[in-house]
Write a protein that binds this ligand. Structure first.
Ligand code: UDX
Length: 449
C-alpha cells in the first residue's frame, strides 16, 4: 500500500512514521520547506519519546519520505490522510481553512481512486465539506475520478503516542462505502494484532466520537478537581477518596487525579469547540460549560495557596518551579497551567526560577526572559522561598529532600500534582501543601473566587 499524510505536526508525523514502521510506503507532506528539510535530516519539530529513532530508521529503509510537493506525492496513493492544524477561531470553533485547502489540493492532483481521511480533530460535518471541496476541484479539471472520504480520529497521548498508535485500544473509522471500509481494514490490519477492535461507523458518529471521548476525559478531571477542593474544605483526603471511588470498575482508576487543571493541545480546544458546535445548533452543553469553568479556576489554586501562605506578601519572593510542560514526557506548552501560575507570581512581584527536563526551549516562546531557567532542578532551588511542583516528571518524584532543604531559603513546598507524602515532608521540616488535602490545621482552606 502507498499512503500520503498531509501535515507533519504531532498527529501527522506520528501517524506517517508508525505506518512506515509496519512496512507501508509513506510520504509525509508539509508546505513548510524548512520543516521538511529538517525532517529529511532527522531533525524533528516536536519531542516525542522514541520518534526520532523511528523516523531515522524508516527513512533509511526508504519507506518514509518527506516532501513539500503534494501534487507529486498524492499520485498512486491508496489513502491520503489530512492531518493539518485546526486552530481555534476567536469564538472557539475549529478553523477549517487548512483542512479544506488540502482537500482542494488533493482534488486538483489526484490520479486514481483513493480514500481521503480526516485525521485532525474536526467538527461533525467536516468530511462532507472535504468531499465537496474535492468534487469541485475534480469538476474544474473536467475529470471523473472515484474517491471516498472517511473520518479516522486519533486518540494519541503525547509522551506515549507511538505505543498508542502501534497498540491502540480501538481504531474508530467513519465511512460511507464498503470499498472505503475494505481499504481502511487492510491499512490497519497490522495494528489489530493485540485483539483490540477497529470500529466502523457512519462519518458523523466518528467525528463526534473524538469530541465525546476528550470531553468525557476532561469532565472526569474537572469533576475530581471540584471534589478535591471540597475535600479540603471538609477535611477529607482526596487521595483516599480517589482510591475509594476508582476501585468501582464503573468509575475506574484512570483520569481521576486532581491537579492544577488540564492543558495541552486537545482538551481545552475540543471542549470549547464542542460547546460552540452545540450552541450554534441551539443546544447548551451545560456539563461541559461547568467543566471548562472549573478548569479555568483550578489553574489558580496553587497560586492561591502560595499567596495565602505568605499572607498576600509576595513581592520580592523567589519561587522555584519544577516542570513547565502541560504534562510529563512532552515539551508541549500549549495551554500549560504553568503559564497561568507563573504570570500570576510575576504580577505579584515574585521572581521565578524554573526547571523542566525538556520544555524550557519551548517555554521561552511564551515566558521569554521574564523568568530564569535553571541548569537543573536543584539550581532552581537556590535561595527560594517556595518550591512549586507543576509537572510530575519522574525525576521530581523522589529528590533528596536534605539537599532540597539545604538549598532553599524557606522550606515550603506546593505540590500541584500530589506526588509527595505530606507526613514525610513535614517530618523533614517542610511546610507542605497539595491539592485536595488539608495538610496543616492552620492552613486556610480552598476558597472559591
Ligand atoms: C489527550 C487524550 O488523552 C488523547 O486521547 C487525545 O487524543 C488527545 O488529548 P494529551 O493531551 O496528550 O491526550 O494528554 P493527557 O495525558 O490525556 O492529559 C491531558 C491533561 O489532563 C494534562 O494536562 C494532564 O495533566 C491532565 N490530567 C490527566 C489530570 O489533571 N488528571 C488526570 O487524572 C489525567
Amino acid at each position: 500500500m502507498k499512503i500520503a499524510v498531509v501535515g507533519t505536526g504531532y498527529v501527522g508525523l506520528v501517524t506517517g512514521t508508525c505506518f512506515a514502521e509496519v512496512g507501508i510506503d509513506v510520504t509525509c507532506i508539509d508546505i513548510d520547506q524548512k520543516k521538511i528539510e529538517n525532517l529529511k535530516n532527522g531533525i524533528l519539530p516536536i519531542y516525542e519519546p522514541g520518534l526520532e529513532e523511528m523516523v531515522s530508521r524508516n527513512v533509511e529503509k526508504d519507506r518514509l519520505h518527506f516532501s513539500t510537493n503534494l501534487a507529486e506525492s498524492i499520485q498512486d496513493c491508496d489513502v491520503a490522510f489530512i492531518a493539518v492544524g485546526t486552530p481555534p477561531g476567536e469564538d472557539g470553533s475549529a478553523d477549517l481553512k487548512y483542512v479544506l485547502a488540502v482537500a482542494r489540493g488533493i482534488g486538483e492532483h489526484m490520479s486514481n481512486y483513493g480514500v481521503i481521511v480526516t485525521k485532525s480533530t474536526v467538527p461533525v460535518g467536516t468530511a462532507a465539506k472535504v468531499r465537496k471541496e474535492i468534487e469541485q476541484a475534480l469538476e474544474k479539471r473536467g475529470v471523473n475520478i472515484d474517491f471516498d472520504v472517511a473520518s479516522n480520529p486519533e486518540f494519541l497521548k503525547e509522551g506515549a503516542a507511538i505505543d498508542d498508535f502501534l497498540k491502540p485500544d480501538r481504531i474508530v473509522v467513519g465511512v460511507a462505502s464498503e470499498r472505503a471500509e475494505e481499504v481502511m481494514t487492510k491499512l490497519y490490519k497490522p495494528f489489530l494484532l493485540n485483539g483490540h477492535p477497529i470500529i466502523f461507523m457512519d462519518i458523523p458518529s466518528a467525528e463526534m466520537t473524538k469530541y465525546a471521548a476528550n470531553a468525557m476525559l476532561a469532565t472526569k478531571i474537572s469533576f475530581m478537581n471540584d471534589v478535591a477542593n471540597l475535600c479540603e474544605i471538609m477535611g477529607a483526603d482526596v487521595n483516599k477518596v480517589r482510591q475509594g471511588i476508582g476501585s468501582d470498575a464503573r468509575i475506574g482508576t484512570k483520569f481521576i487525579y486532581p491537579g492544577i487543571g488540564y492543558g495541552g493541545s486537545c482538551f481545552p480546544k475540543d471542549v470549547k469547540a464542542l460547546i460552540k458546535t452545540a450552541s450554534e445548533n441551539g443546544y447548551q452543553m451545560q456539563v461541559l460549560q461547568a467543566v471548562e469553568s472549573v478548569n479555568e479556576a483550578q489553574k489558580s489554586v496553587l497560586f492561591d495557596k502560595v499567596s495565602r501562605h505568605f499572607g498576600g506578601e509576595l513581592r520580592g519572593k523567589k519561587i522555584a518551579v519544577w516542570g513547565l510542560s502541560f504534562k510529563p514526557k512532552t515539551d508541549d506548552m500549549r495551554e500549560a497551567p504553568s503559564i497561568v501560575i507563573i504570570d500570576k507570581l510575576l504580577e505579584e512581584g515574585c521572581t521565578v526560577s524554573a526547571y523542566d527536563p525538556v520544555a524550557m526551549p519551548e517555554a521561552k516562546h511564551s515566558l521569554g526572559d521574564r523568568i530564569t531557567y535553571a541548569k537543573d532542578q536543584f539550581e532552581a532551588l537556590i535561595d527560594a522561598d517556595a518550591l512549586l511542583v507543576v509537572t510530575e516528571w519522574p525525576e521530581f518524584r523522589a529528590p533528596n529532600f536534605e539537599v532540597v532543604a539545604r538549598l532553599m531559603k524557606q522550606k515550603a513546598i506546593f505540590d500541584g500534582r500530589n506526588i509527595y507524602e505530606a507526613k514525610e515532608l513535614q517530618e523533614a521540616g517542610f511546610t507542605y501543601h497539595c491539592i485536595g488535602v488539608r495538610t496543616s490545621h492552620k492552613e486556610p482552606v480552598a476558597q472559591q473566587a
